[in-house]
Design a protein around this ligand. Structure first.
Ligand code: IMP
Length: 434
């Protein structure tokens, strides 16, 4: 059975959590394949709101198993808090959550290293979430990491001490002041907790599930423009956020990939540093931030806002082999009488319809295309036939430019505020169901 993939096409925060939750009833397994607690996936239903950092967004559906794959980096302290919060809310997490033994652990000293390295970068700082992501992936690639499966080994403490001592050498070299006492106690406690969860050899688990005809959805985090290879380097995260990451982050063969759902907002946001060619500054940007509630789900930082960047979106669609587009937050743009899209760039005196090597601010001037706004509240729209004409025109133009259908449209944070654009069915409050 093919494995479908769902991922972000911009700089993260596209709304992946909501859509995974809506799709989950269609799938037997939802598996996160990269990133870590730098992600914040927000899910709203029945007037309740949850923010997940590590646990896959399918966890609210009783028949869906949720796997944290080998490509993810796990902070056991965050995981413990998340599991406990969900259990308190009555979600049977222990029964449904599986964790790959090959996933790497974020140690307290990884978080210290993240902070120390950001401090040293000064003006050039990445704007990291400081969750220890970069240092943990560095250790993984440098063959110095600690994996979840190591906690079951008799020499775990020695392995752990070896890694921590190595980190301390760097921290001392940087002259970074720290006190590990509280973090250490929390970490030890969380490792004990982690031992009580279901740890699995996830690639075998997924292969058997595929052979048994189970439906699997691979859930991405962050977005394509934050990918370590294809994002706006060095202002990126440290993992492969693209479809290829689902193969390495879960042990899925490339030929097993089925549909690839690419999620993008009707406009664009970015949190942290780095180039953003279609950024809106001043009151225009502030207005969009307020209307869209654009504040980080993990750090609470205000997100930078701007118009849709078509060359970047097309690039992301190609890199990922997107088969279905999902447009989010169309309702937010109802505040505007005019909608803009950056359809090309002027770069070194030339018109470019593709993404140049360097996106450095100031070097790319967007070429704008304007559309009339829909200027009406669409949060109550439930069927494709009710979509206002101006929004339909915007969708049609994008589909034509990109060459991929916009299969779903989101008009609000709730599960039910999701439209299937090529059918006239309304979504059930439980999400999609077969
Ligand atoms: P890190 O992955 O925490 O080191 O952050 C690297 C860059 O990616 C920073 O600009 C972050 O703001 C950004 N980033 C990381 N995770 C997310 C996310 O889930 N959504 C949006 N931006 C993110």
């Amino acid at each position: 059975m093919a494995v479908d993939v769902l991922l972000g096409l911009q700089w993260g925060d596209e709304g992946k959590g909501k859509i995974v939750d809506v799709f989950a009833p269609k799938y037997d397994i939802v598996a996160r394949f990269q990133g870590g607690p730098n992600a914040g996936h927000t899910i709203v239903f029945d007037g309740k709101k949850f923010v997940l950092h590590l646990i896959p967004s399918g966890i609210f559906h009783p028949n869906t198993a949720c796997l944290i794959g080998n490509g993810v980096v796990i902070d056991p302290v965050t995981l413990k808090k998340e599991v406990e919060t969900l259990i308190k809310a009555g979600i049977p997490v222990r029964e449904h959550l599986l964790i790959s033994r090959k996933a790497h652990l974020i140690l307290p000293t990884h978080k210290l290293l993240d902070a120390a390295r950001e401090e040293r970068r000064g003006e050039q700082k990445i704007g990291s979430t400081l969750r220890g992501i970069g240092p943990t992936y560095s250790d993984k690639i440098g063959r110095a990491g600690i994996r979840v499966g190591d906690i079951e080994l008799s020499d775990f403490q020695e392995r752990y001490a070896g890694a921590v001592n190595g980190h301390k050498e760097f921290l001392d070299m940087y002259g970074y002041q720290y006190d590990l006492t509280t973090w250490q106690a929390e970490f030890d406690d969380a490792i004990e907790f982690l031992r009580s969860l279901k740890l699995v050899d996830s690639e075998h688990y997924l292969h058997e599930a595929q052979e048994a005809g189970k439906k699997i959805l691979a859930e991405g985090a962050q977005g394509t423009l934050l990918d370590i290879d294809f994002g706006s380097y060095p202002f990126v995260t440290s993992s492969t956020t693209t479809t290829a990451g689902a193969c390495t982050g879960l042990g899925i063969a490339p030929g097993s990939i089925g549909r690839v759902f690419g999620i993008f907002k009707a406009y664009c946001t970015r949190v942290g540093s780095g180039p953003f060619p279609t950024e809106l500054h001043g009151e225009e940007g502030d207005e969009l931030r307020r209307a869209g509630g654009e504040f980080g789900a993990t750090t609470g930082r205000p997100r930078r806002t701007g118009w849709l960047d078509l060359p970047a979106l097309k690039y992301a669609v190609r890199i990922n082999g997107v088969t279905d587009l999902i447009m989010m937050k169309a309702d937010v743009l109802q505040i505007r009488s005019e909608i803009k899209v950056g359809e090309a760039y002027r770069h070194q005196g030339q018109l470019r319809y593709d993404l140049p090597y360097s996106l450095e601010d100031g070097q790319l001037e967007p070429v704008w295309r304007s559309f009339p706004g829909w200027e009406e509240d669409i949060t109550g729209v439930r069927r494709a036939s009710e979509v206002p004409h101006a929004l339909r025109e915007y969708v049609n133009w994008l589909e034509q430019e990109i060459g991929v259908p916009i299969t779903y449209l989101s008009v609000g944070p709730d599960r039910a505020q999701t439209l299937e654009m090529h059918s006239n069915e309304a979504v059930s409050p439980r999400g999609f169901d077969f």
